[in-house]
Design a protein around this ligand. Structure first.
Ligand code: SIN
Length: 463
């Protein structure tokens, strides 16, 4: 009997649609098909791959509004953020449609007259992706577009909470002419699909966006068949506001990075580290800005903050706030919830905490929710110490107009992405990824296609 994933709207628990869970046999067949079609797809010339990618991007744009509504229904994010995400997702396809034509090799001067040396770049093979619920469109295209551009074939397992947007995008890829076996999806739980992906010798690369523990187990399980891996894992971004910062800009950008997608992004600022001389001014301006944010169903035009994706995520946020308050943190605004396990909706009102210290769990673990803890510092060295005291190294932000302070912070922060007076550094043209336990490899920009390519070196002798 077929089992189904039932997709619900996290804003009200409403049932949206069900999708069949792929059986082990279906997943194995999909892997074999993806492997089989690699031979022909990798021979399709780069200009043709580029053309198909451009047509895919155009098709998605033609259906932008419908895709955005679907995304808001299954993920909960405000409609304007979903519209933004459709553009963001499309920008990866556009970018890699161009990069497909720029996969260059090189010649190397040989050490004797009788030899010639040529280095070429070839696609790694079948790529398997596991994508998260927080960006159901963009995290899929950020992986699929460079894979297809490089000449790889691609299978994705979208998040169980939000499979519908990814499925829609893949259907559109088939409509514009991508062969069915070149880009595929399967549905199921991460653990069992992950095991099938990692154990198959046909899958040559695993690309994953999600939690650090799951990333670690995918890396371990990929080692038996020595797969390529790209891992975009957890974050715990610090946001430092220096003594001389433009406070209004810092507040505006804090709102952008902290409360995007209800705080459910890997690059959300999680720890606000503010110079003691301006902490009162910054906090009161931030609280005022937070008080303007409207919480509600993402389909309503006035909503800024949608629901938390599920009860597990909600409970984690609530327990972090409780732990901080129990240890002496002061609630400046928020610590208010509207949730019903029975009806299946979970809202956390944007919360600002002060008098926070480094021993609270909110300062140690990723929050994935609309909570902003503020801690103050005196010397820049202290701010760096707090910022770097985490196993994560994805994104960091700082605000200063002093080039010496900015240079010092840039050089001492152990993070893969740094926003200087900028709370929104993501983009298709830039290398997104983390240091330490935040991951391996980069997505986006020219770096983003590198990990879908192998190097093949040819030595011609006896000339
Ligand atoms: C993420 O949360 O992992 C992605 C955020 C982004 O691409 O800006």
């Amino acid at each position: 009997m077929t089992a189904f994933i039932k997709v619900h709207n996290p804003a009200n628990g409403e049932f949206i649609q069900e999708v069949p869970i792929s059986t082990q046999d279906e997943i194995k067949k999909a892997i074999i098909k993806g492997h089989g079609s690699f031979k022909s797809w990798s021979k399709v010339n780069a200009h043709e791959r580029s053309r198909l990618l451009r047509e895919w991007a155009q098709k998605i744009q033609e259906q932008k509004e419908d895709i955005a509504v679907l995304m808001t229904k299954e993920n909960g994010k405000p409609l304007c953020e979903s519209l933004g995400e459709v553009d963001y997702a499309t920008s990866y396809i556009d970018w890699y449609a161009e990069e497909a034509k720029r996969i260059y090799g090189r010649t190397i001067p040989a050490s004797t007259e009788s030899k010639r040396i040529i280095v070429s770049r070839v696609p790694v093979g079948l790529v398997a992706a596991i994508t998260p619920w927080n960006f159901p469109a963009a995290m899929m295209t950020r992986k699929a577009a460079p894979a297809l551009a490089a000449g790889c074939t691609f299978i994705v397992k979208p998040a169980e909470e939000t499979p519908l947007t990814s499925i829609k995008l893949i259907e559109l890829a088939h409509e514009v002419g991508f062969p069915m076996d070149v880009i595929q999806y399967v549905n199921g739980d991460g653990k069992s699909v992950g095991e099938l992906f990692t154990s198959s010798p046909y899958v040559r690369k695993i690309t994953f966006t999600g939690s650090t523990p799951v990333g670690k187990s995918l890396i371990k399980n990929s080692s038996d068949t020595i797969k390529h891996v790209t891992m975009e894992l957890g974050g715990h971004a610090p946001l430092i506001v220096a003594e001389d910062a433009d406070i209004d800009l810092a507040v505006q950008q804090t709102i952008a990075t902290k409360f995007r997608n209800a705080g459910q992004t890997c690059v959300c600022a999680n720890r606000l580290i503010v110079h003691e001389s301006i902490v009162e001014t910054y906090s009161s301006k931030l609280i005022h800005a937070v008080s303007q944010l409207k919480v509600g169903n993402g389909l309503e035009k006035t909503t800024d903050i949608g629901p938390i994706i599920n009860e597990k995520g909600f409970n984690k946020i609530v327990s972090q706030i409780k732990n901080a308050v129990d240890q002496g943190a002061e609630v400046m605004i928020g610590n208010h919830f509207d949730a019903s396990s029975e009806d299946g909706y979970f809202f956390v009102y944007p919360t600002v905490l002060k008098n926070v210290n480094s021993s609270m769990t909110i300062m140690q673990e990723e929050t994935f929710g609309p909570v902003a803890p503020i801690i103050s510092f005196n010397k820049l060295e202290e701010a760096i110490e707090i910022a770097n005291s985490t196993p994560y190294g994805l994104a960091a932000y700082f605000f200063t107009n002093d080039y010496r302070t900015g240079t010092y912070l840039t050089e001492h922060l152990d993070f893969g992405i740094i926003g200087w007076n900028d709370g929104a550094p993501s983009g298709a043209h830039v290398p997104f990824g983390g240091m330490k336990e935040s991951g391996l490899g980069r997505e986006g920009g020219p770096e983003g296609i590198e990990s879908y390519l192998e190097t093949k070196y040819l030595s011609i002798g006896n000339l």
